[in-house]
Design a binder for this molecule. Structure first.
Ligand SMILES: [Cu+2]
Length: 167
């Protein structure tokens, strides 16, 4: 029995820190095309979203690759939405996830997860949002990319692409 205990302890010591640093959420894949009849810089792109719990709330990281290189320098809005990615059906993604819950909601980058990004010359993008809340398990299912950057009221124009992310 003593031998088992001695052997088990080092294994726990090695695995516990790694588990603590794993993201809460990590989803990756092809972007869903919400505007199949239009050519957009997100056509054929793929990416990932990771989220970690922090002492303050949540950090969410969006990474994209395969974006249109001719659109380098252009900026786009992106947000965590509550609904799902359905090709050609932008409204299925529903509203932004908002931590203030019932209407009237307060809209800002502290109550929602805004992940606006600019396309690099290599066709990649990175956005990081650090928010003072947690997203309940099952409460949001997508990151939507919009045609414009996010205005103070949360608007960002047409929904062009969607990455399925299951919070
Ligand atoms: Cu949005």
């Amino acid at each position: 029995m003593l031998a088992v205990a001695v052997l088990a302890a080092p294994a726990l010591a090695v695995t516990a820190p790694a588990v603590a640093h794993d993201p809460l959420v990590h989803d990756r894949g092809q972007l869903t095309d919400l505007q199949p009849t239009m050519t957009t810089p997100t056509d054929g792109a793929h990416g990932s979203v990771s989220a970690w719990r922090t002492s303050r709330g949540t950090t969410v990281v969006l990474r994209l690759r395969g974006l249109d290189r001719d659109s380098a320098g252009q900026a786009y809005g992106a947000h965590v939405h509550v609904g799902h990615c359905v090709a050609g059906d932008p409204m299925e993604a529903g509203p932004h996830y908002n931590s203030t819950g019932q209407p009237p909601v307060t809209v800002s980058d502290q109550t929602e997860v805004w992940l606006d990004f600019s396309i690099t010359p290599g066709g990649t993008a990175l956005a990081i949002a650090d928010v003072p809340f947690t997203i309940a398990h099952g409460a949001a299912h997508s990151v939507v990319v919009h045609a414009m950057t996010t205005a103070p009221d949360g608007g960002a124009g047409a929904r062009i692409a969607c990455l399925p992310v299951h919070f």
